[in-house]
Design a binder for this molecule. Structure first.
Ligand code: ATP
Length: 361
């Protein structure tokens, strides 16, 4: 059954102003699915999560949990747990006492507590540390306890509010995989908030990209990256080049776009419906562009190498085009693949499939 948000809206009112933090937000999170809310600071992610948890009441719209309308239900009555970025562990309690706390409040029998806690401690690899206090274990281990403490309550939905932002980069990567592994194994319905796109891409079944309180796109990481529906999403996720133009011809399986500034045609694809004369943008990812003319590609461009940044795994190039704009390209494995040198004239090739056309907004 999972979680459903129907036209949820949140307006914060002060004496002098009104902020629409979340606008007409509708989403279905399926049972066992992990959906991430992703967007820049202030886009309404936390407010949405807080409404699901019950810490904020929507101004309008409905929240349905496992078929039940919980829109106006207080947080402690909802079958939901939340994991925060500060682990919020009790410092004077042991690991085991911290984990058991919620169950004891619910007066769960001792036998049942043991039955529930033991396999979870094993699952996160914290066996043998049950009697330590939070200050006697590492940040990553504290994070694992916070996770177990949420899981042990067996909530219908688990909410994550930027849970990894206090950890260093390496640990964040490990914990990300760990959370995903456990979430999948226990098949627990989850909503995850982050502003880190790599984290969102690596952990989610689906991502909701938000901006200014509104949903910009909902899709799998692959859909969001390779088929963005608008300029905001294309720009927010990864690096991208934009080529502005107008539709010159509607093909059976794509479009011919004419770029006035480059005085050149390109062929591309889209899920949108356009007609001749429509103004559009071609989105083109740097890694889709090659220098190798033996690769059979439908599109090509000429330019001069202006920027060259060697990063070991790849080189990032900035190629100056006829119109003076810079096109970003990548060359992987630079020790074996020979790319152009700075100030060299180059010809670039890219496929029709990699020219994803979106409306000009
Ligand atoms: P961040 O990544 O910075 O945490 P966010 O995407 O989680 O941002 P929210 O915290 O949901 O964004 O805030 C959305 C908007 O609502 C912002 O403009 C914020 O200033 C406003 N806002 C949030 N809480 C309140 C409040 N209690 N009163 C008034 N305005 C609020």
């Amino acid at each position: 059954m999972g979680l459903k948000l129907e036209h949820v809206q949140k307006v914060f009112k002060t004496k002098t102003e009104e902020t629409v933090a979340v606008k007409d937000f509708s989403l279905n999170v399926e049972k066992g699915e992990l959906v991430t809310l992703l967007g820049p600071s202030g886009c309404g992610k936390t407010t949405t999560l807080r409404m699901i948890a019950g810490f904020e009441v929507p101004t309008s719209g409905r929240i349905i949990l496992e078929g039940q309308d919980v829109t106006n239900m207080p947080p402690n009555k909802r079958d939901i747990s939340m994991m925060f970025q500060s682990y919020a562990l009790f410092p004077h309690m042991t690991v085991r006492q911290n984990i058991e706390f919620g169950l004891r409040i619910k007066r769960t029998p001792r036998d049942e507590i043991n039955q529930k806690v033991k396999p979870l401690i094993k699952l996160v690899g914290l066996e043998g540390m049950e009697n330590r206090r939070p200050d006697q274990i590492s940040g990553g281990q504290q994070q694992r306890i916070a996770l177990v403490r949420s899981l042990v309550m067996e909530p219908s939905v688990l909410l994550f509010d930027e849970p990894l932002s206090n950890l260093d980069a390496k640990l964040r990567e490990t914990m990300r995989l760990e959370i995903r592994r456990i979430q999948k194994k226990l098949n627990i319905t989850s909503v995850y908030v982050t502003h880190d796109q790599v984290e969102a891409m690596s952990i989610s079944d689906r991502i909701v990209v938000m901006n200014l309180g509104q949903i910009m796109q909902i899709g799998s990481p692959k859909e969001i990256y390779s088929h963005p529906q608008n300029k905001f999403v294309a720009d927010f996720i990864g690096k991208v080049n934009f080529i502005y133009g107008t539709i010159e011809e509607v093909l059976e399986d794509g479009y011919v776009v004419y770029s006035e500034e480059l005085q050149q045609k390109f062929v591309g694809i889209s899920s949108g419906k356009f007609k001749k004369g429509d103004e559009v943008i071609i989105t083109l990812r740097p890694e889709a562009i090659t220098y190798d003319e033996r690769d059979k590609k439908e599109n090509s461009l000429e330019g001069k190498t202006r920027q060259y940044v060697y990063l070991g795994t790849h080189v990032e190039y900035g190629i100056e085009l006829k119109n003076g704009k810079i096109l970003n390209t990548l060359l992987y494995n630079p020790s074996e693949n020979k790319g152009p040198l700075p100030n060299e004239d180059v010809k670039l090739y890219f496929s029709k499939q990699s020219c994803w056309i979106i409306p000009k907004d």
